[in-house]
Design a binder for this molecule. Structure first.
Ligand code: NAD
Length: 351
């Protein structure tokens, strides 16, 4: 649900629960920055978390403890207010406490609005593996208020923007339900540096609606939902390489996926005849907002080794990608050769 005023969106939902049965889990940054919102819950009674390191079993235990301490029964409600880390971990705590209590997601980052709060995936990292433990457990409601974005740092805005770009490429979504105005074209007109955040709202809406459609058709990621992995085969390898290589600064996930989309759109042109114009537009956008990747062409062998170990591959050692035939025409399960992967890395590093 999109809203102009977060309090009036939340109050009808809260009215279904005994006030003593409602627990708030609020991101610490959001808590300190959003004074107005505090009026809605009368001071934090919940828990606060801030970084990917908090996406752990310990945090889930702390939330379970809080729910127990407050005597929350199966009729209770957990309200999770924060970015994707917080909604993933709080959603997982809600999924598992007393075999599941109701929860509401209030995403406060662009990434959580367009991606993490839709689709019902909740979870935590475990033994160094991202999102290893989790559950499909959708919230009763996701309440999206773009006002949160006013305080979001530029780096986090860019991370979420990448997911909108991805959706623009894989879905023929219409903005404001105007079939002639596709998300991709609307993105080409939107300038993140100068345009007001309200103008981003129709793009966020188009993105959420597209993800809802995809997830409704394939809730457990058995086929169609794999289109959402576009950019991730190359992107994950790049992100992981920057983490294990101490000479590089860590490439944030959203940025890495954007670079991955450039490489995978290059392959889409070569293998599936995707129009070159799409690759040019994407490349220009990525260079404008994200700059060039720090890696060198000589790193491509190590990157390919990482791609072969990607958990999305159906057979050991192969490289599997989602590619696009054109805007809104994704094709899943595309196996690519090492030579093709090398060529795509070369394109990316020659920018
Ligand atoms: N469940 C899913 O389907 C799904 C999909 C995509 C990503 N994710 C997960 O989402 C996580 C990333 O989420 P994220 O990018 O939102 O990161 P995040 O939750 O770490 O938030 C980023 C930073 O922004 C701060 N912040 C949050 N809201 C703010 C605001 N309004 N103003 C200022 N600062 C604010 C947070 O404190 C944090 O420091 C990853 O763990 C990823 O695995 C889940």
């Amino acid at each position: 649900m999109f809203c102009k005023d977060i309090q009036s969106a939340l109050l009808p939902i809260l009215s279904h629960y005994d006030p003593d049965q409602v627990v708030w889990i609020v991101d610490e940054q959001v808590h300190s920055l959003s004074g107005d919102f505090q009026g809605c819950y009368g001071g934090v009674t919940g828990y606060e978390t801030i970084s990917e390191d908090d996406k752990s079993l310990q945090t889930v235990e702390r939330i379970w403890d809080l729910l127990l301490e407050k005597g929350i029964t199966r009729r209770g409600l957990l309200v999770a207010v924060g970015g994707g880390v917080l909604t993933d971990v709080a959603g997982f705590a809600a999924a598992t406490y007393r075999r599941g209590i109701d929860w509401v997601a209030v995403p406060t980052t662009l990434l959580a609005m367009v991606d993490a709060s839709t689709g019902g995936k909740t979870g935590i990292n475990y033994k160094g593996m991202k999102n290893m433990i989790g559950a499909f457990y959708p919230p009763e409601e996701t309440i999206i208020w773009s006002g949160w974005l006013e305080t979001l740092p530029a780096k986090e805005m860019l991370s979420g923007f990448g997911e909108i770009v991805k959706m623009g490429l894989i879905e023929p979504s219409a903005v404001n339900h105007q079939p002639s105005d596709r998300l991709w074209e609307a993105l080409m007109r939107y300038d993140l540096d100068t345009m007001p955040i309200e103008d981003l709202t129709p793009l966020i809406k188009a993105c959420v609606e597209a993800k809802e459609r995809i997830v409704a058709a394939d809730p457990k990621e058995e086929g169609l939902r794999k289109v959402l992995n576009f950019g991730h085969t190359f992107g994950h390898a790049l992100e992981q390489f920057s983490i294990i290589n101490s000479q590089l600064s860590i490439i944030p996930h959203g940025h890495a996926v954007l670079y991955g989309m450039v490489a995978e759109t290059y392959l889409s042109v070569v293998k599936l005849g995707c129009p070159k114009e799409v690759l040019q537009q994407l490349t220009q956008m990525v260079i404008h907002y994200y700059g060039k990747p720090e890696c060198k062409c000589s790193d491509r062998g190590k990157l390919i080794e990482l791609m072969k170990r990607d958990k999305k591959n159906e057979h050991a050692g192969e490289i599997n990608c989602t590619l696009v035939r054109g805007i809104g025409e994704p094709v899943i399960n595309q196996v690519i050769t090492e030579a093709e992967a090398e060529e795509a890395w070369e394109y990316l590093f020659s920018l």
